[in-house]
Design a protein around this ligand. Structure first.
Ligand code: GAR
Length: 222
């Protein structure tokens, strides 16, 4: 955490479109998130999120994982790249890489991820289709602290929405994404304000343990 004279510094990791990055950029600009984005790092060249960073005047770097000899080597280089910017918080925003325990542990308590499911349900990929295949009545998205377990760290904020008759994966993805763009800035805002913390493997808000779902937002998503 920065002292009072230094703004909280974020490094945002992306792999693609960067719509969550855009929501975070907008929330730093509006003053909702009292922090600055020190850098954006993508593991894929040429993605739209890099363009968004450039448009916003944020330093953007590419570290192409295909150019590294294995996960350990990539994660070591990624840590070095991130740490050049001295972040208080690392924000995974559609960063589609499995992290080594070394990487996860290095940023323990100062790294958040967003995952499009009601964790602990549906860790991994294709969450919207899996929700439909299972006939679930509700779905949603979770912001959580990152630990060495894939999509397994303690939830901080979760938004729930109803699955509607006739929904397909694209319709669900679109409603879930609208919620992503609300709850990720909110979680980062709370972290930057010093209100949200991970302690002993639990998420705390204002010093109080959050429920297993994280702070819950029930929504009738439009
Ligand atoms: C988001 O829907 C995010 O929840 C998901 O990737 C998308 C990135 O979109 N992340 C994961 O599935 C992580 N396991 P964006 O690039 O437009 O922000």
């Amino acid at each position: 955490m920065s002292d009072d004279s230094q703004p909280v510094r974020l490094v945002v990791l992306i792999s693609g479109s960067g719509s969550n990055l855009q929501a975070i950029i907008d929330a730093t600009r509006s003053g909702q998130i009292p922090a600055q984005i020190a850098a954006v790092v993508s593991n894929r060249p040429g993605v739209k999120g890099l363009e968004r960073a450039k448009q916003a005047g944020i330093p953007a770097r590419v570290l192409d994982h295909t150019e590294f000899d294995g996960r350990e080597a990539f994660d070591r280089a990624l840590m070095a790249q991130i740490d050049e910017f001295s972040p208080d918080l690392v924000v995974l925003a559609g960063f589609m890489r499995i992290l080594t325990p070394t990487f996860a542990n290095h940023y323990a308590g100062r790294m958040l991820n967003i995952h499009p499911s009601l964790l602990p349900k549906y860790q991994g990929l294709n969450t919207h289709q899996r929700v439909l295949d299972a006939g679930d009545r509700e779905h949603g998205v979770t912001v959580h602290f990152v630990t060495a377990e894939l999509d397994g760290g303690p939830p901080a904020v979760q938004a729930r929405l109803a699955v509607r008759p006739g929904d397909d994966a694209a319709a669900l993805a679109s409603r879930v994404q609208r919620q992503e763009h609300r709850i990720y800035p909110l979680a980062i805002q709370w972290f930057a304000q010093g209100r949200l913390r991970m302690h002993n493997g639990q998420s705390l808000l204002d010093g109080e343990p959050l429920p297993a779902s994280g702070y819950l937002i029930e929504t009738e998503a439009d």
